[in-house]
Ligand binder design. Structure first.
Ligand code: NI
Length: 216
C-alpha cells in the first residue's frame, strides 16, 4: 500500500512537529512507500520535518518519528562531525588526517541501503525518539544507498563511517527498528548524563547526544 497523506495536511502550516518516543506504535511498524515524491503534501511534510530536525538539533529524522508512517528520511553530516566520530571509534586510536566533505542536507524518499561488504563497527548513537540515552551500535562501515529527492531525482551515493551509520540508523526507522534493537551489548546503553565517566570519548558523546544520531 502506498502512503498518501490525509487531507488535513492541506490546511496545516509549516510547523515543528511532535516527536514520537520509544513505545509509540508508529515507531515499530514498517512505513509505507511514498506514491509521489513530488506531491505538495509530501513537500509540506518534508519542510516540517526539516524544521523539526533543526529545532531538536538532530543530525537526522525519519517520518515515523513525527507520527507519519511514510518512507522518508532527512539527515545532514558535517565533515568535521564525521571526522570527529570516525576518529573516536577507530580501534587503533589513529585519526584520519583529512576531513571529509560535508554531506549536504539530504532528503531521501523511498530509500534503500545495501552494505558494500561484511565489515561492521561499533559506534555511539542517540535518537530523538530515545531521549536521554546513548548506546554502542554495530553498523556496516560502508554502504551504498539510493532514494528519490522531493524533486523526483534519484540519488545514489556510497558512504562510509559515520555517514554510513547515520543513513542506516535513519532507514531503520522506516522498518520499525530503533537503535537499541541493534545493540549487541546492552551494558553500553547509558544515560547521556553519565557520559563524562568515559572521558576519552566524552566530546564525541556530547555531540552525538545533542544531535540525533540521529539521529545517531
Ligand atoms: Ni533515531
Amino acid at each position: 500500500m502506498l502512503y498518501r497523506l490525509p487531507i488535513a495536511f492541506h490546511i496545516t502550516g509549516m510547523a515543528i512537529l511532535k516527536i514520537a518516543r520509544m513505545g509509540h506504535p508508529v515507531l515499530n511498524r514498517v512505513a509505507a512507500p511514498v506514491a509521489d515524491p513530488t506531491s505538495p503534501d509530501i513537500h509540506r511534510l518534508i519542510v516540517d520535518m526539516l524544521e523539526t530536525m533543526e529545532d531538536a538539533n538532530g543530525t537526522g529524522l525519519a517520518a515515523p518519528q513525527v507520527h507519519v508512517p511514510a518512507r522518508i528520511v532527512a539527515f545532514f553530516v558535517s565533515g568535521a562531525r564525521a571526522k570527529r566520530e570516525d576518529g573516536a571509534t577507530r580501534e587503533d586510536g589513529a585519526e584520519e588526517d583529512a576531513e571529509p566533505d560535508d554531506v549536504p542536507l539530504s532528503v531521501l524518499i523511498n530509500p534503500e541501503v545495501e552494505p558494500l561488504n561484511d565489515e561492521m563497527a561499533l559506534g555511539w548513537e542517540a535518537c530523538l525518539s530515545v531521549p536521554g540515552l546513548v548506546g554502542q551500535v554495530p553498523r556496516y562501515t560502508a554502504v551504498r544507498y539510493r532514494g528519490w529527492t522531493p524533486k523526483g531525482e534519484e540519488i545514489v551515493r556510497e558512504a562510509k563511517g559515520f555517514h554510513a551509520r547515520v543513513v542506516q540508523h535513519e532507514c531503520d526507522h522506516l522498518d520499525g527498528v530503533l537503535y537499541p534493537q541493534r545493540m549487541t551489548d546492552l551494558s553500553t546503553l547509558i544515560f547521556t548524563s553519565e557520559m563524562g565517566a568515559q572521558a576519552d570519548i566524552e566530546t564525541a558523546h556530547t555531540e552525538t547526544a545533542r544531535a540525533e544520531s540521529e539521529d545517531p
